[in-house]
Ligand binder design. Sequence first.
Ligand code: BGC
Length: 441
Amino acid sequence: MPTASFHFPKGFQWGTATSSHQVEGGNTNNNWYKWEQEGHTAHKSGLASDWWGGRWKEDFDRAAEAGQNAHRLSVEWSRIQPTPDRWDEEALERYRIMLRGLRDRNIMPMVTLHHFTDPLWLGELGGWETDAVVPLFEKFTTKVVEALKEYCSLWCTINEPNAYATEGYLRRHFPPGKSDLKLDFRVQANMARAHASAYRAIHALQPEARVGYALHFRPQEPAHSWSPLDQLMRNITFGGFNTPFPSAISTGVLKSPLGRISVPEAKGTQDFFGLNYYSVDTVAFDLRKPEELYSRSFFPEGTDLADAGMNSNTPEGFFWAFKWAVKTYPNLPIIVTENGIEDSTDRIRPRYLAQHVHAMWRAVNFNWPIKGYFHWSLVDNFEWERGWTQRFGLWGIDIETQQRTKRPSADLYAAICKENGLTSEMVQKYCPEVYEKLFPA
Ligand code: BGC
């Protein structure tokens, strides 16, 4: 018998999240394939986790055995619509088979329609820089929902519009590798418009659908709370990255410190808030960083950091993210659409997982309407510009052999899913170093 436990409400969804280009392999008709060929990434995606080759079956078996009752995956636009005037019915059928595969394992699917990748032809038409994308995305959405609605009623229109725009139009890590703030916001405005028309198209086809988008929410703290310049930089960073898209959805105006774009059709177009939370940043004013608009983001000394130092173990930021979400979207259900950490040796992941589940439990106990949690990720997968240098999987993959190796965190997460909660025994077994923090004597 566990000596102490933190339980979740009955029916809570516990799952993992993946995305098409990161796991499927062999995607050669999208902007990321081109980006990889041009040498912008640490490695090429290649076979990725070989899901298109059929390994989704063994990975879904793993998820089911590990007690997961939900899985979030994305469909690849460039496969389904290889050219503007052609649908690939065979590709759609494969996705139907995959979703049936989830249902057969008692796993509820959530489908994301756009997760960072665009068909090459879309880029040639101007991509997300022009509002011509809006009816194109709506047509694609309609096609997908007609084909998959038998198996899925939980939809995520666009993954992280804020990260897509920032990485592709400011920081140059993602295609098209531009650095232009005005374009960054124009892209987000077009994404808000496309999200809104997809929201309506889905509801027209499936009235019972629940539709939302997933925001990358990264809380920032000023390096010195007494410094007005650090405060200012923190507010600019926070308001530039986290809040423009949510403001479009709650008020119909995409607001940023640099301006506003009106998107009235986006107001109220979500049935849940999709939260992707990884880490907190500390922000300071720095004259040596004009290219970063005079701000510098870093982790303070002593922070519990992962392999690559990209994410830190800061569960208080997760709690804070829920608090922010409840204030921004009162009464709206919240689904954690991603949360995880890069950690090839599973050194930090067990405590990251336990502490984040604990922070979520605290939030649930305020009666904040949190309905589910998708850990990123089920298996190692292609980490965008960072290639295979970062490993987020509960199961590791040797990409030469495609061999899977279970990390200890997979057992911890299985125990959480099966218990519908976290117990002191689990913490004692998998991450005793945080026992005192979670279960103070
Ligand atoms: C993205 C995922 C990515 C993860 C870890 C998220 O922002 O949605 O595609 O793998 O971060 O880097």
